[in-house]
Design a protein around this ligand. Structure first.
Ligand SMILES: Nc1ncnc2c1ncn2[C@@H]1O[C@H](COP(=O)(O)OP(=O)(O)O)[C@@H](O)[C@H]1O
Ligand SMILES: [Mg+2]
Length: 282
């Protein structure tokens, strides 16, 4: 049981304010009916808000994201975006997976053009190309636009994935550990890029990460998710959102100075303490 008082940097936030752009209500998913992965998951994401979800492997983060993306169906509960209940995948939501998921036989330009043409089928070729070039430039890859994925580094491929997601101008961006496979240096650079782009575009983002510092750097709010667990009496308690933590640090954040920001360590300790002592606890 954690009894720590919320601090200025880690204030408990209401899980679901009324004006939310995305609303998740009572969501549950069971692959095995006896042992649902999670249940009763309710939270909201405001327009322009950046929400990270953090939790140990297997608690169901990707499953939640897949439901938000329309790639999986929940067993219980509902998801509403912009006042409408979600039904299946839509180009209103842009997804970036952990692996880059680019089509290997297409160039960067063609990969992104494919997405843009799907989103706006009646656009002219020049309009499509302008959109592609704009977002490729945004992630600093103009010089590689006519290369194939096999000619790019891991970091470059992830950038292409990000450019593709932004190029369809989604109402919501869904990111599943998009930097997980990258080395620390590349990861830092792309985090900075993402932060700048999101600030500029006011994009609404839901992102999974297992990196506490990444969450504190990028998020307005962090959802702490606990794993399902077998209780001492043998009953199964599904996983769920244990807490919603507001990141009250000033928005002008930088990786290099984040650890000097007042409130940073309290916030970090709070999240790490959750992962170490509470995420798996009865
Ligand atoms: N299609 C599936 N069929 C059966 N079990 C699944 C399926 N997808 C996920 N799971 C199980 O659901 C749990 C949560 O998985 P996942 O959402 O990938 O967790 P996380 O992303 O938090 O690591 C895991 O125990 C996983 O094995
Ligand atoms: Mg996952």
């Amino acid at each position: 049981m954690n009894t720590a008082m919320p601090t200025a940097a880690a204030q408990k936030a209401p899980a679901s304010p009324a004006q939310d752009f995305l609303r998740v209500e009572g969501l549950g998913r069971a692959f095995n009916p006896q042992r649902p992965v999670f249940g009763g998951v309710s939270f909201g994401v405001a327009r322009g808000e950046f929400v990270c979800i953090i939790g140990h492997s297997g608690c169901g983060k990707t499953t939640i994201l897949n439901v938000l993306a329309g790639l999986d169906r929940a067993s219980t509960g509902h998801v509403f975006m912009d006042g409408r209940e979600l039904a299946g995948p839509s180009l209103e939501r842009g997804v970036v997976f952990q692996g880059h998921a680019l089509m290997p036989w297409l160039t960067v330009r063609q990969n992104i053009a494919f997405a843009v043409e799907s989103r706006w089928p009646d656009w002219r070729r020049a309009q499509v190309q302008a959109q592609v070039e704009k977002y490729v430039a945004m992630v600093g890859l103009s010089g590689a636009i006519d290369k194939k994925p096999s000619e790019l580094s891991g970091g470059m491929k992830q950038r292409v994935g990000i450019a593709r997601a932004f190029a369809i101008e989604p109402k919501m961006l869904l990111l599943d550990e998009p930097f997980g496979a990258l080395d620390a240096l590349t990861r830092g650079t792309i985090q900075d890029e993402l932060m700048a782009i999101v600030q500029r575009t006011q994009q609404t983002v839901f992102m999974i990460t297992h990196d506490v510092d990444e969450a504190i750097l990028l998020a307005d709010r962090i959802l702490l998710m606990r794993n399902g667990i077998e209780l001492p009496d043998g009953r199964w308690r599904p996983g769920g959102i244990a807490e919603s933590v507001r990141v009250g640090l000033p928005r002008s954040r930088a990786r290099s100075t984040l650890h000097h920001t007042p409130g940073y360590y309290e916030l970090r300790n709070h999240v790490v303490d959750f992962l170490v002592t509470r995420a798996h606890a009865v």
